[in-house]
Design a protein around this ligand. Structure first.
Ligand SMILES: [Zn+2]
Length: 237
């Protein structure tokens, strides 16, 4: 078959097939799934940063309280050691006893504050643990979607390559001027530059042509390039 117009229709068919495959590739379900998972992971990452900062602040406060408790206890132990060494004067013993009592109260107060901090930490740690578990699940799901997506994309790429090769072979038999005109129309008219005349209507715009126009087209020489007067596409009989 060497009729350039029939060849052009083949080019159109393969171009349409490639366009459809590209669209299918862009809208593969695993891609939407992956986007959904990625959006949730971004949300979790943001929360991990906020909650983590809050947790770190409380953790630092707890460490500070523990250091204060340890220091008060050490001070108390030191005083008691001196008290029981038996070398202090009675007057001093009285003051030392007062101080150990004061330190004991101070430790209790610090321990109460530490307990409050630990209680505040509890829900934050639970949140962080739950989020980490969800993140692990999502990471696994994302890996699955990614693998499936790659597989489906490769299959479509193989179909595109086959259509592209068949398209190029057909295009090689279309005169360059006609091909150029087709390309320009295709770019302008939503992917379709050449259409069949089916009965008395144009398969490009689906409008019925006036009967006089159909007559004129039928009587034109077979190699004449005719365009649909309604949509401007190359019309192939
Ligand atoms: Zn038309």
């Amino acid at each position: 078959m060497s009729d350039p117009l029939q060849r052009l229709l083949q080019v159109q068919d393969h171009d349409t097939a490639v366009d459809q495959q590209r669209h299918r590739k862009a809208t593969l379900p695993p891609r939407a799934e992956l986007a959904r998972v990625d959006a949730r992971l971004a949300e979790l990452a943001q929360r991990a940063a906020t909650v983590g900062a809050e947790r770190d602040e409380l953790g630092a406060r707890q460490a500070d309280l523990e250091a204060q408790i340890a220091s008060a206890r050490a001070r108390r132990a030191e005083i008691e050691k001196r008290m029981y060494a038996g070398q202090a004067a009675a007057r001093d013993l009285q003051a030392m006893d007062e101080e150990t009592k004061h330190l004991a109260r101070h430790v209790t107060e610090l321990e109460d504050r530490e307990l409050e901090v630990m209680e505040a930490l509890e829900p934050l740690d639970a949140q962080l643990a739950a989020d980490a578990a969800e993140r692990a699940e999502l990471d696994e799901a994302a890996a699955g979607h990614r693998a499936l997506l790659a597989e489906e994309e490769q299959a479509i790429d193989r179909e595109i390559a086959a259509d592209q090769a068949a398209r190029d072979a057909a295009a090689a038999e279309v005169p360059p001027d006609l091909l150029k005109r087709y390309e320009a129309l295709r770019a302008k008219l939503g992917g379709t530059g050449a259409a069949r005349l089916v009965g008395d209507s144009c398969a490009g715009c689906h409008l019925v042509l006036p009967s006089m126009e159909v007559d004129r087209i039928r009587k034109a020489p077979p190699d004449a390039v005719i365009t649909c007067e309604q949509c401007g596409r190359i019309l192939v009989r």
